[in-house]
Design a protein around this ligand. Structure first.
Ligand SMILES: [Fe+2]
Length: 158
């Protein structure tokens, strides 16, 4: 057996899967939150935000599936219990009521920044062991989140 593996593969998989499951939980909660804004936006910008939130939950559904499938490839189990999502996610769901565009944009910016910092954390952990599959997963997510954060912040006055 070659003795040059610089890390314990089982320990790595357990650590990265914990982090990936935390990311997965955050994405799951954010998807419902984006539907909430899609349905409850009350603003002259209704049409734009109704469409924009649809684009976002569609993209996040892809990210949700990709993240879960990566956990499977790393011999783990993606969380499927809704109560676990609520417990683990740092993004919190919010009640169904009217929201104006300013609140919606600021909330999405805040939530996407949380997703971005988690995906960067995953990328850093994966880089240490050259886990290229995981690096590729989060690199794509990071590009998407950074671009949307720029565009969302450009819609705000300050
Ligand atoms: Fe819809």
């Amino acid at each position: 057996m070659p003795n040059n593996i610089p890390y314990n593969p089982n320990m790595y998989r357990s650590n990265i899967n914990n982090l990936l499951n935390q990311y997965l939980s955050n994405i799951a909660v954010e998807i419902t939150k984006l539907y909430n804004f899609h349905w409850n936006v009350k603003d002259p910008m209704f049409t734009i935000l109704h469409k924009e939130t649809e684009n976002y939950y569609t993209k996040l559904q892809e990210m949700y599936d990709e993240t879960a499938e990566r956990i499977k490839m790393l011999n783990g189990y993606p969380i499927t219990l809704l109560e676990e999502y609520a417990k683990i996610s740092t993004i919190k769901s919010i009640e169904s009521k009217n929201y104006n565009s300013e609140i919606i944009i600021r909330t999405i910016v805040n939530d996407f920044e949380l997703l971005l910092s988690l995906s960067q954390e995953i990328g850093n952990m994966a880089t240490q062991v050259n886990d290229m599959g995981t690096i590729d997963l989060v690199t794509n997510h990071i590009s998407f989140l950074e671009k949307q954060l720029w565009m969302l912040k450009s819609q705000l006055n300050k």
